[in-house]
Design a protein around this ligand. Structure first.
Ligand SMILES: [Zn+2]
Length: 159
């Protein structure tokens, strides 16, 4: 197959006393995402989409949360490492599309920054990465502000 797609999904709890990082951008908010790394839910979904598209496994296999090397790690560094794996496997990335599912804060002012921070880590143009956001209309755990989720799809092609 010359062209392949992959899907990624992730969810993290919102907790007090953590910085909120989404798509590699720090967002002013009284809570942040819990997690072994920096909890960047959007980057984790993008990483899984890229690994899925290239058949290289999953984020848990490459960066296990039992491994102290990944504690508090900047997920942009993990994304960069995955970009290298994708290139080494002979693939280039066509585009990544994504959704962040969050009741608050409002994320749209940060979409362009998220697109450029992730695109530059991947060696892509900002136009090759798109970030969108949805609320849950107050429904469920995300609607109550207990968590933020993200989903991403990636298209890759054999060089
Ligand atoms: Zn995660």
């Amino acid at each position: 197959m010359k062209v392949r797609v992959g899907i990624g999904f992730d969810i993290h709890r919102l907790v007090a006393d953590r910085p909120l990082l989404v798509g590699g951008v720090r967002i002013p908010y009284p809570k942040g995402l819990a997690g072994h790394s920096d909890g960047d839910v959007l980057l984790h979904a993008m990483i899984d989409a890229l690994l899925g598209a290239t058949g290289l496994g999953s984020i848990g296999e490459h960066f296990p949360d039992t491994d102290p090397r990944f504690s508090g790690r900047d997920s942009l560094d993990l994304l960069g490492a995955v970009a290298q794996l994708v290139r080494d496997a002979g693939f280039d990335v066509g585009n990544i599309d994504s959704n962040v599912i969050a009741e608050e804060p409002k994320l749209f002012p940060y979409f362009r920054s998220m697109e450029s921070s992730t695109a530059s880590k991947l060696g892509l143009l900002p136009s090759q990465v798109t970030v969108k956001a949805k609320t849950m209309e107050g429904l469920g755990s995300i609607g109550r502000g207990e968590a933020i989720a993200a989903q991403a799809v990636a298209l890759v092609y054999l060089r």
